[in-house]
Write a protein of this length. Structure first.
Length: 474
């Protein structure tokens, strides 16, 4: 249930409870993370004879937060009186948070694992291995502990250490494949990030893939395996995280990135963003989503498999950039969302060849509007796709995505060859693709702008989209 659907009586009672001793300030400032200016604005409701709690809930509700998220925040506050007012509006599996606090919640996880049987008819769908992330290429920042952000306005920039989207409390390691030792902190982090995304019992996903049958494997990535399955009589692809015995330190990073991905897929809904059907934490963390198509994005097809016509290239480029400009311009919390690992392998084609942006595990909030970039403490992403200002100076902005999405191939020196080519640009065109010469020329010119060495010379994603819309009509 969304906050804006909270029944009148329950909302009135909650406002009465939190208005006392100004508990709403602690909730809004410490747990909802609103700044002091917002809190001061809400406080003015008192002088108007209104409830500040009601105003806080109204503002928070505009971001599609749920009653369950509020229930969990109140649990962190240890405000059990307010939790009791909402108790009957959340699943009874979460009632134990009222009395147990941060104690172990094995019972909760066992209850979440109970559900009914589903259909198990599988349909084959082959995905090429090159569509998945190569573990050796990705820059993973594991050893360092999570840091609090440090912001400075000197030199017109903000400096942020480890500015990943992350839960408001650290995520302890989960024990996979043995006893399912989950704490209230684990559950609250995942549930808060998931929002309205439903929890799916792990046993359902096991049945949908015939107990993770090797014949159901679609491909392997850096942090796990993607399976095909049939869940609730629906074809799905399921990304299951797997802990590596030789790299146990990666596991906390896996969990952190899964929570980041849940947060992003819950908060950013768009036709060109991969829709997530649910999440499961009753075993190895698993994310079932829309089934994916076998062909690679943006014409990066191997020899012998044919190629894409110019209008198809323009169509896929246009819709991929449309999804990214949505992330960059939504400005949740006043900041853009930068994907940070955008490449052809992370933009999937659905059965209708519609590009869907996925793999948000390395997404970060970008700079506020008054800044051009933020400086991060460490780099992340797939090295061949990253621009120099990020690799060398750790300057992070939406222009990183602009650069990365244009680099659809990691071939060494390919970018420099295209940018510096002095002959007829049509000489670079795939000979298997006939016609659409003007469209091809337009795509190349846009690409050159997007891979400019100077970040400030690269266009923002909205501008790129407008240019691509013009090219797609040629």
């Amino acid at each position: 249930m969304y906050i804006y659907l909270l029944p009148y009586e329950e909302r009135k009672q909650l406002c009465f409870i939190l208005d006392q001793n100004n508990k709403w300030e602690e909730l809004g400032g410490c747990y909802m993370k609103y700044d002091q200016m917002t809190i001061d604005t809400i406080k003015k409701e008192i002088f108007r004879g209104n409830s500040p709690t009601n105003e806080l809930l109204t503002i928070w509700g505009h971001q599609n937060h749920t009653v369950l998220e509020l229930f969990i925040l109140l649990s962190r506050m240890k405000h059990y009186q307010a939790m009791t007012a909402l108790k009957h509006l959340v699943d009874k599996n979460y009632w134990c948070l009222i009395k147990d606090g941060d104690e172990n919640l094995n019972t909760l996880m066992k209850n979440l694992a109970m559900n009914k049987k589903i259909c198990n008819n599988n349909r084959d769908s082959k995905i090429r291995a090159e569509n998945f992330n190569n573990d050796s290429e990705k820059i993973i920042n594991v050893p360092q502990m999570l840091l609090q952000p440090v912001v400075s306005k000197e030199n017109n920039e903000s400096i942020v250490d480890n500015r990943l989207l992350q839960p408001k409390s650290p995520v302890p390691p989960l024990r996979l494949g043995t006893s399912k030792m989950f704490t209230a902190s684990d559950i609250s982090c995942v549930a808060e990030s998931a929002g309205a995304i439903p929890h799916i019992p792990y046993e359902e996903l096991e049945r949908s893939t015939h107990n993770w049958d090797n014949n159901a494997v679609l491909g392997k990535g850096g942090f796990g395996t993607v399976y095909k399955g049939t869940w609730k009589c629906t074809q799905v692809a399921i990304k299951r995280l797997e802990q590596k015995a030789d790299k146990p330190e990666y596991h906390s990073e896996q969990i952190k990135q899964s929570i980041t991905e849940l947060h992003c897929l819950n908060a950013y809904r768009h036709d060109n963003v991969l829709p997530l059907y649910g999440y499961s934490i009753g075993g190895p963390p698993s994310l079932p989503h829309l089934p994916i198509h076998g062909r690679r994005l943006l014409g990066a097809t191997p020899a012998g498999e044919g190629t894409l016509a110019g209008f198809e290239l323009a169509h896929q480029a246009e819709h991929s950039h449309r999804g990214l400009q949505f992330l960059h311009t939504s400005m949740i919390n006043g900041k853009p969302l930068v994907h940070g690992d955008i490449k052809s392998a992370n933009i999937l084609l659905d059965p209708n060849d519609q590009p869907r942006i996925g793999d948000f595990g390395l997404a970060r909030e970008g700079p506020q509007s008054q800044y051009t970039y933020i400086k991060v403490s460490r780099i992340h992403g797939t090295r061949p796709y990253l621009p120099d200002e990020f690799l060398r100076a750790k300057k992070f902005s939406t222009k990183v995505d602009t650069y990365m999405l244009t680099r659809t191939r990691e071939d060494k020196f390919l970018k420099d060859h295209v940018v510096n080519y002095a002959g007829d640009v049509l000489d670079l065109k795939d000979k298997r693709s006939e016609g659409y010469d003007e469209c091809f020329k337009g795509l190349v010119e846009i690409g050159k702008m997007c891979v400019n060495k100077r970040a400030k010379e690269r266009p923002e994603m909205v501008s790129v989209l407008i240019l691509l819309e013009g090219v797609s009509t040629k």
